[in-house]
Design a protein around this ligand. Sequence first.
Ligand SMILES: NC(=O)c1ccc[n+]([C@@H]2O[C@H](COP(=O)([O-])OP(=O)(O)OC[C@H]3O[C@@H](n4cnc5c(N)ncnc54)[C@H](OP(=O)(O)O)[C@@H]3O)[C@@H](O)[C@H]2O)c1
Length: 248
Amino acid sequence: MTNTTIALVTGATKGIGLATARRLGALGRTVLVGARDPERGRAAERALREGGADAHAVPLDVTDEESVARAAKLVEERYGRLDVLVNNAGIARGDGTGRPSETRLATLREVYETNVFGVVAVTNALLPLLLSAPSARIVNVSSEVGSIGIMTDPAHPLFPVASVAYPSSKTALNMVTAMYAKELRDSPVKVNGANPGYCATDLNHHNGFRTPEQGAEVSVHLATLPDDGPTGLFWGHLADGSYGVLPW
Ligand SMILES: NC(=O)c1ccc[n+]([C@@H]2O[C@H](COP(=O)([O-])OP(=O)(O)OC[C@H]3O[C@@H](n4cnc5c(N)ncnc54)[C@H](OP(=O)(O)O)[C@@H]3O)[C@@H](O)[C@H]2O)c1
């Protein structure tokens, strides 16, 4: 069994996931590049290796239970444990303006499959390996638009947004995060939610004002928490540009 820290990032082919993999690789972690498309996974692996990272593509579609099981088996056979899981893969879809009254159930289901059910599937498949690590970290990449506290605060800049599919999927993910943290509170595993802030990626047609690298800082911080660090927090980018704890 290797002594290196093994970190798996789902959806690591581009955007914040790729930037997270790059930062973790630069910190000396062995990075497993979760990718639903094998060719995009190999391309990301190549790019990360060219930058000096010990990167390995792992085929992983978070919505496909067989793919999830195969990925978990691969990690078990190769490494016997997992030190860091970054549940980063995510999609944003909407109908019309995205308002609840315009939203089709099919859209809601599609978004939840990746952003919520995918996280539970991947986490449960890898949990035995995370518990085999001395001090594992789980980072669930959420969003401030999933915070009920923020989205219902008339003073917050996001108050006018009344979109349902993506925001409510991240709200569900926040509760999933809090419940895993509770279940695992007597174990060494820390489980936290990350808010990368609004980053320019394919997800939002590059409208974000932060870079994917800035978004990745949040996931990397939570993935490298010390043993006396927090668990069960929603942490990351705040509206004033600083970092801190967000309301669920
Ligand atoms: N960008 C923002 O402003 C922002 C803000 C808050 C939170 N976030 C969250 O940050 C995370 C990363 O988003 P991003 O902005 O970097 O988006 P992105 O550039 O679109 O990247 C999304 C990644 O997820 C992967 N993915 C999608 N569905 C998948 C599936 N079923 N199985 C495995 N991988 C899958 C994509 O793979 P392919 O290459 O195969 O498409 C891609 O690698 C998401 O959870 C998102 O909700 C983003």
